[in-house]
Ligand binder design. Sequence first.
Ligand SMILES: Cc1cc2nc3c(=O)[nH]c(=O)nc-3n(C[C@H](O)[C@H](O)[C@H](O)COP(=O)(O)OP(=O)(O)OC[C@H]3O[C@@H](n4cnc5c(N)ncnc54)[C@H](O)[C@@H]3O)c2cc1C
Length: 377
Amino acid sequence: MYFTDAHEELRQHIRRFLEKEVKPHLEEWEEAMFPDSIVRRFGELGFLGLRYPPEYGGQGGDYFSAVVLSEEMARAGCGGLGMAVAVQAEMATPPVNKFGTHEQKQRFLAPAIAGTAIAAIAMTEPDAGSDLAGIQTVARKDGDQWVLNGRKIFITNGARASWILVVAKSDRERGHSGYNLIVVEKGTPGFQVTRTLKKLGMHSSDTAELLFEDCRVPAGNLIGDEGEGWKQLMWELQGERMIAAAGEVAGAERITEYAMDYAKSRQAFGQPIAGFQVIKHRLVDMATRTACVRSFVYETAQRWDKGEYPVREISQAKLLASQNAVWVADQAIQILGGHGYMREFPVERAWRDARLGRIGAGTDEIMKEIIGKSYGL
Ligand SMILES: Cc1cc2nc3c(=O)[nH]c(=O)nc-3n(C[C@H](O)[C@H](O)[C@H](O)COP(=O)(O)OP(=O)(O)OC[C@H]3O[C@@H](n4cnc5c(N)ncnc54)[C@H](O)[C@@H]3O)c2cc1C
């Protein structure tokens, strides 16, 4: 219903590439983080611009092309690299493509599509995450420059990014009309990466704390019109949540399949553990819930692709998909027993990586707030 032959061809192409050039290195990258060169490789193969205009080096595909990439990254167990690629292709660059000028697209979007630039998006601050209205980073206009002051935290790709799309307030009195998205390039005086943070999962990706101290960037680095940042950000978050949901479903499917194979071959009390009804039913629940979430995610992604703005359903899809991914990984650990707890089996990492889904791109609780509001609650 959702995928054409071209999507399936793309899927095979991505799968072959991941099998050959990515999967053999995943363990090593868990220890040392992935190298920038692999991002360039994604760019060379066109995977960072699947649905961007050919004019800027993109492939001109639809939203389901991006869904295919997200699914294949998850199926390959890419974790942190998958997140970094999603940030590059589906979070930091979409606002530049949608709201940026031709010149900005040439400067920022085209190199990000080519993989010669790494992109990040910086909303969260030490004192404001869910409550984005509480951010303190300020951008003051001074002649033909913006002067940024503030701190950002938990920024994926932040330490290695060539440019960062920074959310800043230009006018605290103007509420939602006082926000801007401004590009800050690596090496700009006044901008520094203050820390790279250690975390529970997604070890192959970098998560950084950033500082802007009288950081001056050209006025031309403002994306879209002044004061439009809040609306741009809310739009960006829908795409971010949608693509995260697609990957989480594929990740849950992968772990379910793994647990099924394991349960069929693992013997206890003279029979495969899949023969114990409690294990069988657990596996059935994992597969059934994931299949249902998958349908809902596809249906919602199709609406998003058609240009609708289904905030309620996107929030529901993100909430369900991320909760399901964690639950499935947890069930899988139980099915594998002690092996499930060991690093040499994929399920403990799947659990650690999936756990982020219930926090990043808006927590479970924030999704429920949005959904509640959509029902007038
Ligand atoms: C590995 C990782 C990568 C990330 N990458 C990025 C990135 O690239 N760019 C970026 O900008 N951010 C990024 N984030 C930040 C992420 O989006 C935030 O952590 C998330 O939005 C939650 O914000 P917070 O951590 O400040 O938690 P808080 O907002 O402090 O929330 C703490 C708890 O309070 C709850 N809570 C808050 N408000 C309400 C409410 N109104 N009702 C009920 N409960 C509430 C939350 O749900 C949560 O349980 C990343 C985070 C992680 C962990």
